[in-house]
Design a protein around this ligand. Structure first.
Ligand code: BDR
Ligand code: CA
Length: 338
């Protein structure tokens, strides 16, 4: 068997984060070193609680630890619980009413608790103790923790093998006309990470919205019947229903943004149109605050800093999620027989 890919997950769990976490724990190609949480879809105390629930759902208590991270962005005040929130006109005030990310995931309250060490301390200690190029960082929420750690000790940048982020959008935003949620929530953090010199792949809305799941995909997964499979199916159903309210369409389907970023680490071919180019985040606090801007001009002299994916293979991604859950079920059965 090929060497496992060592990863740190940074999450704002979050329904699609939960699906990505299941993959990170159940896909034997990954070795999950720890889960860092951040305020994003919901507050950090809730993203932490939700992540602990997912760890228990996958039976990984005692094996995978959760570190609570930043509650608030570095400078932005757009998230609803951040004091003195600027009520910018581009802000979508209906978000919490039809939220596809419930405060609590549909799982029992966790028995395990988060570590005493903060997420930023965990990132610094783990990376500084690692060999160069050993660890891949997977950021699927606002990039606050990683940006803070990079500012605290720049040596971690040279330690990283790669950074994979779900974030950004070229053709569209979601939280605002220009901003994708993770980048919009903490644009300054995204810009710090993007300009860090790390090897970065961004999996933005352009790619994630070309690889959706529908009710048939949900049924196929639910039939597997294991706890993680039922969780994934429940979350798909919930997201499909929520999108019918947020973005009504004849097609009942949903993107699973965060899990695509994870899948692309081991299976880069799932991303089918990837541009290596210069990417910046707008931090000018106007209407485009939090927009990711790609400079693809032939005359651009600035070095490329990021692989930015524009499309993904829907069938491949669907089959990946199903295969990981189905193989995990087979392993569970073998263990119960012997
Ligand atoms: C991203 O924002 C969050 O709501 C999701 O969990 C995902 O990480 C999509 O824009
Ligand atoms: Ca997320």
């Amino acid at each position: 068997m090929a060497e496992k890919r060592k990863i740190i997950m940074d999450v704002d769990t979050g329904s699609d984060d939960a699906i990505a976490l299941c993959m990170a724990m159940l896909d034997p190609d990954f070795e999950l070193l720890g889960i860092c949480t951040v305020g994003g879809n919901v507050e950090a105390k809730l993203t932490t609680d939700n992540s602990l629930r997912v760890v228990e759902c996958c039976g990984m208590q005692g094996k995978v630890r959760v570190y609570r991270g930043a509650e608030r962005p570095i400078a932005a005040t757009l998230l609803p619980w951040v004091p003195q929130a600027q009520k910018l006109p581009i802000r979508d005030g209906t978000k919490k009413e039809f939220n596809q990310h419930p405060f609590h995931l549909p799982l029992p309250e966790p028995v395990i608790t988060a570590e005493r060490k903060s997420a930023v301390s965990f990132i610094l200690d783990t990376l500084l103790e690692s060999s160069d190029g050993e660890i891949t960082y997977v950021s699927i929420g606002p990039m606050t923790n990683l940006a803070l750690a990079m500012r605290a000790d720049e040596r971690i940048i040279g330690k990283l093998r790669a950074v994979f982020c779900m974030g950004g959008g070229h053709e569209t935003g979601n939280e605002s006309a220009a901003g994708e949620f993770n980048v919009w929530a903490d644009p300054e953090a995204a810009e710090i990470v993007l300009q860090s010199g790390a090897d970065i792949t961004m999996v933005p809305l352009d790619a994630t919205t070309t690889a959706k799941f529908d009710e048939e995909d949900e049924r196929r997964i639910r039939e597997l019947g294991t706890a993680p499979a039922v969780l994934v199916a429940d979350l798909l159903k919930q997201r499909i229903d929520a999108y019918q309210v947020i973005e009504p369409s004849d097609l009942k389907e949903t993107a699973v943004h965060d899990a695509l970023a994870l899948c692309s680490i081991i299976h880069p071919e799932v991303l089918t149109d990837v541009r290596f180019c210069t990417v910046h985040t707008d931090i000018s606090r106007g209407f485009a605050y939090g927009e990711t801007i790609l400079d693809q001009r032939p005359r651009n002299k600035e070095a490329a800093n990021c692989r930015f994916a524009l499309k993904a293979d829907r069938q491949f991604f669907n089959d990946y999620i199903y295969r990981v859950l189905s193989e995990a079920k087979d392993r569970e059965l073998q263990i119960s027989i012997f």
